[in-house]
Each structure stands twice: as structure tokens, then as C-alpha cells.
Design a protein around this ligand. Structure first.
Ligand code: PGA
Length: 240
């Protein structure tokens, strides 16, 4: 596990974007696992800048988002689909047919999960998954107690997640209580993983996930058992 401590979120984002660009330069049709949330926002800006200035093309890249709320249509301002379009996809040359985001309004969510796994497998699995971390240690929406073998599934969100994420919702929206997420088993099959954490509110859980016992109680601690993980922190998250 490689740990990079940066001075601030700006530097963290640049480092993450550079690692993604490097991956795409090595393999233009890379399969990426992508996160949402506050932490990767500037990273996406850096990727857009790199595209606009001709440093990278996403034309052959396949993207699989980690998770999505159950019950929100894609057109909702709060869906992760909308987040991805607004912050990334609409500003780069990623092809719609190469973009995969779980549909939390699918009539049969079990089929939606199984199809997502199948699509991912068809493309040979993820070359690189970029992850955030929740204050409860979740990655994707795999909350504490999630099996390490889990595959893409429907989950009930923990209270800490509901509270953290409800703050971001548009006034008109009701916070979804469930989500659909890649499982820990799915995420761990990525050949390379980058985890991003920024801010003091993540310090305690980052410390537990990286230095504590690896256990299902702290989902992100599973990364201790992956052989190609880079953790990028800012000073506040690292405690240095
Ligand atoms: P955040 O979310 O980047 O908004 O803190 C991270 C997560 O919940 O995975």
C-alpha cells in the first residue's frame, strides 16, 4: 500500500488525476471505476482541463460508477448519474455507450445488479478503481458489516451516511434510504485502486482503515489486502 500525503485537496486532486491520465496513456481503452461525492470534484475538474488542453482522451475509456441511489430517476438533480454528467461526462469525449451507471429505478434491481457485473466482466474488469471513503469507513456504499465477498447489490444506508449525504440534496428531494453499489468483492478485483480522503472529518476512519485490524467492521480496511493500492490524503485527513 502506497500512501501519498499532499498539502491540500487541490494537490490531492492533481495527483489523482495524473494517475488516471497515466493509466489511460498506458491503456487507452482502460476500464475505470468512478466515485461521486465532494472529494473527487476537483479531480474531475483536473481531468476535464487535461482533456481540453489535449493531454488525454476518454474516447475509448469505459467507466463504471461505483454506486447510485435507489429510487431517484437519472434526471433527478441528486442522482449520481446527474453528478457525473455535470461534473465530468458532459465536458469530455467519453462515449455514452462506454458509460455505465447503475439505474436505481430499474424495475428489477437484482437483475440490474447482475447485468452490471456481467457488463464489467465483458470488458475484462476494472483496470483502475478510484474510491472515496465515508466517515463510517464505507467504500462505494458498502457499509460496515458488508461481506468481503459481496458483489453488486442493493443496500440500506447507515445513519451516518444518511446524515452526511442528506446535506447535499436539492430542497425538493427526500434522502433515499437505499442504494445500489458494487460489492467489496467486485471492487477488490480492480487491478489498481486509488482511495482519496480529504479533511479532518476523515482522519479517524482513515487511520482505522489503514492501520487498524482489517475487518468487515471497517469496509475500507479490506484495501490492506489488495496488492496495488495508492492512498492519497491531504494533511487534514492524514493527521500530519
Ligand atoms: P465525500 O463522500 O467525498 O462526499 O466525503 C465519500 C464517500 O461517502 O464515499
Amino acid at each position: 500500500m502506497k500512501i501519498i500525503v499532499t498539502n491540500n485537496l487541490e494537490e490531492l486532486s492533481l495527483q489523482a488525476a495524473n494517475l488516471i491520465i497515466e493509466q489511460i496513456k498506458t491503456k487507452p481503452n482502460s476500464v475505470l471505476g468512478l466515485p461521486t461525492g465532494h472529494t473527487p470534484l476537483i479531480m474531475y475538474q483536473k481531468l476535464v482541463q487535461a482533456y481540453v488542453t489535449g493531454q488525454v482522451s476518454f474516447a475509448q475509456v469505459k467507466t463504471f460508477n461505483l454506486d447510485e441511489y435507489v429510487g431517484l430517476p437519472r434526471t433527478s438533480p441528486d442522482s449520481f448519474y446527474t453528478y457525473m454528467r455535470q461534473n465530468f461526462f458532459d465536458h469530455v469525449d467519453a462515449k455514452p455507450e462506454n458509460i455505465f451507471v447503475l439505474d436505481g429505478t430499474a424495475e428489477n434491481l437484482a437483475d440490474e445488479c447482475a447485468n452490471y457485473e456481467r457488463e464489467l466482466e465483458n470488458y475484462g474488469g476494472m483496470d483502475l478503481a478510484i474510491l472515496g471513503i465515508g466517515q463510517d469507513g464505507h467504500i462505494g456504499f458498502c457499509e460496515p458489516g458488508t461481506s468481503w465477498q459481496s458483489r453488486t447489490m442493493v443496500v440500506t444506508l447507515d445513519q451516518t451516511t444518511l446524515e452526511a449525504n442528506a446535506k447535499d440534496l436539492a430542497n425538493s428531494s427526500v434522502m433515499p434510504k437505499e442504494a445500489i453499489t458494487m460489492g467489496l468483492g467486485t471492487i477488490m478485483e480492480a487491478r489498481q485502486i486509488i482511495l482519496l480522503a480529504s479533511g479532518e472529518s476523515k482522519r479517524e476512519i482513515v487511520n482505522k482503515a489503514l492501520k487498524g485490524e482489517a475487518s468487515e467492521a471497517v469496509p475500507a480496511s479490506i484495501l490492506q489486502t489488495h496488492d496495488n493500492v495508492t492512498i492519497i490524503l491531504d494533511k487534514e485527513a492524514s493527521g500530519q
